[in-house]
Design a protein around this ligand. Sequence first.
Ligand code: GLY
Length: 326
Amino acid sequence: MDFMKKLCDKYNIPTAKYQTFTDAAEAKKYVKHEGAPIVVKADGLAAGKGVVVAMTLDEAFEAIDSMLVEGSFGSAGSRVIIEEFLEGEEASFFALVDGENALPLESAQDHKRVGDGDVGPNTGGMSAYSPAPIVTDELKRMVMENLIIPTVKGMAAEGCKFVGVLYAGLMIEKKSGLPKLIEYNVRFGDPECQVLMMRLESDLAQVLLSACQGELRNVSLSWSSKMAMVVVMASQGYPESYMKGTVIKNLDKAEQVSPAVKIFHAGTALDGDGNLVAVGGRVLGVTAKGKDIEEARERAYDAVDAVDWPEGFFRRDIGWRALRHS
Ligand code: GLY
């Protein structure tokens, strides 16, 4: 995180104002000066739990103590980033990079909280849909010009050319409508990948090869103009402890709901009797395409409803942000 923020500073990439601390007293002094709401982030990877959006000073102090004093995230939390709270709508944007050139992929939006109405603990993602209606063509252009290209050039200038998928977590600020970078991941994202792959019409293997060979400059991609949505079915209890080995039935029926439905397996296995069983927290990505968000959503939920898995659960309200836009 600290590396990314320094890169943003050096190459003028818009991101939230921040400071980095290893000392709890210093961090608290800064928080007092800045006021709440404010964001406290562990510098390293903390299984999706290393970001605290503190609405009060006390919540921020508690997060600082937990990371820097109690060491709850081990070395990942031995440095914290205190960041300005940005108000707006989040979206994700993806680009493929070959070290010098960046090829825009598409946008997506997800639902990170476990429960309907965006309540409960954060998860790896309970759903996603693509495109994100808030990411207009004009916004895409701004993201490429102001965030992605300076990042790719900056990494090359630093002597560490990046080759791979750049997954930008964006905040589209309410006041200005402009995109700011919240974070970078370097992967397709799960379950964002599922909806991107449903919409990609080009040969992915060819495109990835061109990225590896530094030849993205002449590549263009073809995308379905349809909307894709994935509803994640998870084991009851997730993201805390959950049961393993529960039997899932009727996936064939679920896929027959429509040719536009596809079910991706994330945490399944076959048991000794040949039953399909759940072995993970997030287990199935039930995905559908449709001409708009309403149609994709209806197909995805029809398929989810056809799955017979009493020990599983899913969110019923996926897509509310996109529906609001439509
Ligand atoms: N769904 C978030 C990620 O894969 O990073």
